[in-house]
Design a protein around this ligand. Structure first.
Ligand code: ZN
Length: 435
């Protein structure tokens, strides 16, 4: 009997003499993506703390569900702590569109996005009741969310007013307004417009539309009233420049006679020439930066990139944002058909909607087609008329133009013509559109 007691006592003493690792927790539940905090531990020998070194190893991937262990090692003694990475977060649903399902507005009850911290494929059940939709979401770990969405049946959508942002009319012309509105109620909606002053310049017209449920919408339209170009005047226009070898002489010729012109510039030539054109009182219009047909008429985006590029060039040089443009080849060009059918019909409307005005010509000097100086002189002088504004197309990049210009100007001056530039509020000059 004594022997047995002695053995029990001996085992107990050996047990106490062995190091014991004691941790705060023996199991850790970690929500997925949460950071692991390793539980604190103590090592005891004979019930006393020791502070000898314990090696802790763990291989927990908290971004992946699963069971892991933390191992505390002191000499030959190991102690394991279980770590379970679990998903405790509920999925949630985000509705696109109105808060309630509006039968009147045809709210799409299936237009939603589901979010979850872990699962990419969340099961969604949609149940329809008389007065609500219930969305039941469940992730793979069994986390559930139930969201209700009321069904209403009232008209909360305002009518949509259909009108361009910018409208151009010439002074003396009335506003031929074809504004209309569409509404979800299918009722006919009247568009109200306030009377505005139609003097030269830009005016804001406020349009209002209201449906029978009292939903109101408003749209502002810029009405640009333009001044007609003057009869018996010559509007010299020079495209494609500046040309470093030719534009300085063209500018000298104008300056000597106190005449101003309009330059539809490109990416060509020196900045200083655009500066000089501007400083000497000429008007600066935009022709496009590259003037490469296959590029500018490839699609509307390419055209506008090119247009805004030259607009920025002019702005950087002069500090002035030009809104007057001339299309490469004019609005009547057919070359654009090779790149995009119908693009001129589209662009001529779109430039106006963006607030630009475009100017074609009614006298083509023929200088771009390589005509002789004599030919250019004859064409221009024979077509000038006192009974209309004369918008003459030249290119200040052409040597023949530079050389014959003084004679043409002298002819015009001695025949009583006056000159002016094309300015922001001048009526557009439009040719027929063929593409
Ligand atoms: Zn051109």
């Amino acid at each position: 009997m004594k022997k047995v007691l002695f053995i029990i006592l001996l085992i107990f003493i050996i047990y106490l003499a062995m190091p014991h690792i004691i941790t705060d927790k023996n199991k850790v539940y970690l929500n997925v993506h949460e950071k692991l905090i390793v539980p604190n531990y103590k090592v005891k020998i004979f019930l006393l703390n020791t502070n000898k070194k314990t090696v802790i190893t763990e291989n927990v991937d908290s971004d992946k569900l699963g069971t892991y262990y933390i191992n505390y090692k002191y000499g030959i003694i190991n102690h394991l702590v279980l770590v379970k990475v679990v998903d405790k977060t509920h999925p949630y649903i985000e509705f696109c569109g109105p808060k309630n399902i509006n039968l009147f507005d045809n709210t799409d009850f299936l237009n939603y996005k589901v979010h979850d911290n872990y699962d990419t494929n969340i099961n969604v059940k949609v149940k329809k009741y008389k007065d609500k939709y219930v969305y039941i979401l469940k992730d793979k770990s069994g986390n559930k969310s139930i969201v209700e969405r009321k069904i209403t049946n009232e008209d909360t959508l305002a009518p949509l007013i259909v009108a361009p942002s910018n409208i151009f009319i010439n002074e003396g012309e009335g506003l031929n307004s074809n504004f209309y509105a569409i509404d979800n109620s299918k009722e006919k909606i009247k568009v109200e417009e306030k009377n505005i002053d139609l003097g030269v310049g830009r005016h804001i017209l406020v349009l209002k539309a209201k449906d029978s449920k009292g939903n109101v919408s408003e749209k502002k339209v810029n009405i640009n009233v333009l001044k007609k170009l003057k009869k018996g005047y010559i509007y010299l226009t020079f495209d494609d420049g500046p040309g470093d070898l030719t534009t300085p002489t063209v500018l000298d010729t104008l300056k000597e006679r106190g005449i101003h012109a309009t330059f539809f510039v490109t990416g060509n030539g020196s900045d200083s020439l655009i500066r000089r054109e501007y400083d000497e009182g000429n008007s600066i219009g935009l022709h496009t930066m590259s003037h490469i047909y296959s590029n500018v008429y490839k699609d509307p985006k390419s055209y506008f990139n090119d247009l805004y590029a030259v607009r920025n060039r002019v702005y950087n040089i002069t500090g002035m944002k030009s809104d007057i443009i001339r299309f490469p080849g004019g609005s009547s060009n057919t070359i654009s058909k090779h790149y995009k059918l119908g693009i001129m019909s589209y662009l001529t409307k779109e430039v106006e909607d963006r607030g630009f005005r475009y100017y074609d010509w009614n006298i083509n000097s023929g200088d771009a087609e390589g005509k002789s100086k004599e030919k250019i002189y004859n064409i221009v002088t024979s077509k000038l008329s006192h009974n209309r504004p004369n918008i003459v197309l030249f290119h200040d990049t052409k040597k023949n133009t530079m050389e014959i210009l003084p004679s043409i100007l002298d002819y015009a001056i001695s025949n009583g013509y006056k000159f002016d530039t094309i300015k922001e509020n001048d009526a557009e000059v439009k040719q027929r559109i063929f593409n």
